[in-house]
Design a protein around this ligand. Sequence first.
Ligand SMILES: *[C@@H]1O[C@H](CO)[C@@H](O)[C@H](O)[C@H]1NC(C)=O
Ligand SMILES: *[C@@H]1O[C@H](CO)[C@@H](O)[C@H](O)[C@H]1NC(C)=O
Length: 263
Amino acid sequence: MNRLFRVVLLCAVCGVGSSVPTPISYVPEVLSSTVLGRITQTTVALEQPLCVFNSSDTGCVNCDVWLLVANSSGVARFNSIKNEFVDPSSLMYQDAFSGSNGFYLTVKTKRNVYSCPATAIPGQILTLRVGAEVPCTTPNCNAPLPTGGTFRMKYILINPDIKTPNIVAETEFTDEIMLKSATDPNTIVPFSRRTGGMVVITTILSILLFLLLAMFVAMLAVVCCKKSMSSDFPEHITRFDSLRRYNTHSLQKNPGIISPKGM
Ligand SMILES: *[C@@H]1O[C@H](CO)[C@@H](O)[C@H](O)[C@H]1NC(C)=O
Ligand SMILES: *[C@@H]1O[C@H](CO)[C@@H](O)[C@H](O)[C@H]1NC(C)=O
């Protein structure tokens, strides 16, 4: 059974012949988790596929590297048509997820742009941000991805000069990449959660400080009043009345305020 399966597989490969895209054992890489914004609500930052297509069909100097973005049904759809001639202009973002495709091609790049870096700068990573083109005005534009969607991505090499099956090579698909969604609590990074807690603590501390200050002012006021009563006896509430009376008295003694009638 197993041997029969292998024979069938071999014959299938023989039958399709050279039209099968050369598989390249490279999985497009999302930037490492230490990079801020590697996956946002509408974009994904990939590493550029430098040196990836160097060895495949080197006679095809005019070939283009395309990025392919697919949803779950788009992966199967692409696999079903990849041995045929594909026209990239019929595989645009605009109708990828409204028609029957489920995938689109974008970021057309001449393959020599992704040639092996002559001098590798340590620590430098060249990125390709999927979903970075706003507004989307060009054909096959790199439009923002639908928020919260799940996608798989790969690079394919297309020979633009032939009308026969034109996908020369393909990398592997990434695993499913889930974009952040606006309502997903997981998108709140721990840093901002801590900040939220700190805001609450700061508010409570501010209120406590205000209450303390208020109490201090109240105490000061009480002490001042007692002083101005110039009394050693704290129990005499009536002193306020006497004080008022006293003031009135002194005012009456003030010549400027005394009415002629009072005289
Ligand atoms: C993928 O895209 C196809 C084509 O527009 C659509 O019918 C399908 O519902 C999509 N699948 C998911 C999981 O979004
Ligand atoms: C990769 O390809 C480019 C041109 O396509 C060439 O200049 C470069 O030497 C190649 N690098 C390797 C390692 O094959």
